[in-house]
Design a protein around this ligand. Structure first.
Ligand code: KG4
Ligand code: ZN
Length: 335
């Protein structure tokens, strides 16, 4: 393969997905291999950090080999090697960072450390490199719920965030309480989609003028409701809970869009795979006359293609990350 293009190999191991991607010129995904640890963590009802690190160690080599094979790329063709260096679980991050730095050294390529949250923002540019900025991105995952004002690539202000649970965490906790298993988001999405009746009306948290979110009260409302009405079918509860969460996410995002006068709005993070959220997001953006960016599901949940896309821009903007660079579990956007 000719190396006329910029080819970035990226590694993502911040939580429970081991992923390696190869992306050309920041937008063309040649390979995006994801090995999920969901089945390993499911019996525990959530991600066990120690178990995640060990699984990354085992999975990384086969995932890397598969990605290189699928992309038909030789290490020599690569422009740089990147890895997520935060935020995330420290043991899990260290596996990816150490592997990327070792490969960079062995292959004599620059190393680029990437912020996972910036990766979720860049997921949209993989499919829509022509997107018009500024935009508001709603970042919703198992660990994060934030509204980010993206003035330009690399210029971010967090204008709202959760004051307690992340949206994905609330989905996971409610699913666990209802005995639906882990992770909760996809199963709640599925059973809510098949429900044709009247969803239970749950309260919406923090529906004030602020752009912050609160989901822990909504989760408690579900628990209290089930205690009082134990015969209510799970699908009516799941549909009601999902309605309430999506309502809050859409309302706050559209408030942010109006307040900051942006021309585009974007979804990112694992919860952005939710069908009701995706549908209502498009409609709400249309109503406000802003461009909506809803990345395909494979680029919403954790993946290395989005890390490669962000690394492509970061290398040009900041140059390589020193090989002495570490991993930062609580890395924020703009830090
Ligand atoms: O971004 P992600 O893959 O990993 C983190 O960085 O957290 O997000 C995982 C979260 C989990 O909480 C999962 O339940 C949620 O995303 N999720 C969903 C859906 N698919 C995944 N939540 C709602 N609906 C879905 N379809
Ligand atoms: Zn994520």
């Amino acid at each position: 393969m000719s190396s006329a293009r910029d080819l970035f190999l990226a590694i993502e191991t911040s939580c429970d997905e081991t992923s390696v991607a190869i992306v050309a010129d920041g937008t063309e995904t040649l390979a995006n291999v994801v090995s999920s640890q969901v089945e390993i963590h499911a019996p525990f009802g959530g991600v066990v950090p120690e178990v995640a690190s060990r699984a990354h160690l085992q999975n990384l080599e086969p995932v890397l080999t598969q990605a290189l094979r699928q992309a038909v790329v030789e290490p020599d063709d690569l422009t740089a090697v990147a890895a997520t260096h935060g935020p995330g679980l420290i043991g899990a991050l260290l596996v990816g960072v150490t592997a990327a730095k070792t490969l960079a050294l062995a292959w004599n390529k620059p190393y680029v450390g990437v912020n996972h949250l910036e990766g979720h923002i860049f997921a949209a540019f993989l499919e829509r490199p022509d997107v018009r900025l500024p935009m508001i991105t709603l970042l919703v995952s198992g660990g994060h719920t934030s509204l980010v004002h993206v003035r330009d690539r690399g210029e971010y202000t967090v204008v709202g965030s959760t004051i307690d649970d992340a949206a994905g965490e609330a989905f996971d906790k409610v699913a666990r309480y209802l005995g639906l298993g882990y992770p909760g988001g996809p199963v709640i999405d599925r059973i809510a989609s098949g429900f044709a009746g009247e969803p239970i009306a749950f309260p919406r948290g923090l529906m004030d003028d602020s752009l912050d979110f609160s989901f822990s009260g909504m989760k408690t409302a579900v628990v209290n409701y089930v205690r009082k009405h134990p015969d209510t079918p799970n699908d009516a509860i799941a549909a009601g809970f999902q309605d309430a969460v999506v309502d809050v996410l859409i309302t706050k995002t559209m408030q942010a869009v109006k307040r900051h006068g942006v021309i585009s709005a974007c979804l990112g993070g694992g919860v952005a795979a939710n069908s009701a959220l995706r549908r209502r997001f498009e409609v709400a953006c249309d109503d406000l006359g802003v461009d909506s960016l809803v990345p395909s599901r494979q680029f919403c949940t954790d993946n290395a293609a989005m890390i490669a896309a962000a690394a492509h821009w970061r290398l040009r903007h900041d140059g390589p990350t020193p090989l002495s660079g570490g991993a930062t579990p609580s890395l924020g956007l703009g830090s």
